[in-house]
Design a protein around this ligand. Sequence first.
Ligand SMILES: C[S@@+](CC[C@H](N)C(=O)[O-])C[C@H]1O[C@@H](n2cnc3c(N)ncnc32)[C@H](O)[C@@H]1O
Length: 294
Amino acid sequence: LPLVSYADGSEERRGPFREGDRVQLTDAKGKLHTIALQAGSQWHTHKGWIEHDHLLGHDEGIVVKTSSGVEYLALRPLLADYVLSMPRGATIVYPKDAGTILMSADIFPGAHVVEAGAGSGALSIALLRGIGPKGRLTSFEKRPEFAEVAQRNVENFLGATPNWDLRLGALEEELDLTDVDRVVLDMLAPWECIDAVGKALRPGGLLLCYVATTTQLSRVAETIRAHGEFTEPQATETLLRGWHLEGLAVRPEHRMIGHTGFLITARRMSQGVLAPKRRRRPAKGSYGTPLTEE
Ligand SMILES: C[S@@+](CC[C@H](N)C(=O)[O-])C[C@H]1O[C@@H](n2cnc3c(N)ncnc32)[C@H](O)[C@@H]1O
């Protein structure tokens, strides 16, 4: 079969280094530096400098030396490298969670996805990759200064994204779309958005919320249930542990990121159809004294 190709930015991520490319330089200790290539320029360190011209036109995966002979490995940054080093307004979704979100929310090429808040744009980039050039991403962000950061971060990594619509404002007030395939919420109070999301999602559409605390998790789960037209919410968290690989010392790393957030998902039922009742009754006392007075 012939390869189908469309303007998805993949060509810019392949081939020899070109003018304007971001290059990640890694030193012997694993410290990363990112530079943007410009003919005739130099990148200065306290261990000498590197001529950009020594990178331009060469393949990725080469080793370049500073004027004083210190070696750096040169590669284009991966998305995970980029999001961890890009400027932040709001806290980002970490790569391990962004990866899980793409699968748990079933982000597919061509999907129409709604997201809030855009924050620093880390998740927006992952979602734009997942939906591809034929998909559509509408992101809401209520803080203009964060929206600007998101805009810049997304553009810097993906270039022009005509299928991304970044809107300023609170999702629960501004969401006027229908037939949306997926909604992904990463914000303090996603329960305030459930009604608006219920109107926007198509039957069978999926809502995913990313929350940092168990109190948020509980409140959003109960709000989804109370809506009635969502399937039973399901929650997960992902723990990712790096491994140390050195001779016979092959063991888990001593340190890991212990906590980022929880994912909770539910599917939109057809309009006016209530979700089937849960088969198991909650244990006595499960719905005891509320944590907060309404
Ligand atoms: C944790 S950050 C999102 C980070 C983003 N997912 C990323 O990966 O870079 C939460 C953002 O949600 C925004 N926000 C909170 N409530 C919102 C709402 N109701 N509608 C739109 N944006 C909201 C905040 O201003 C903040 O920028």
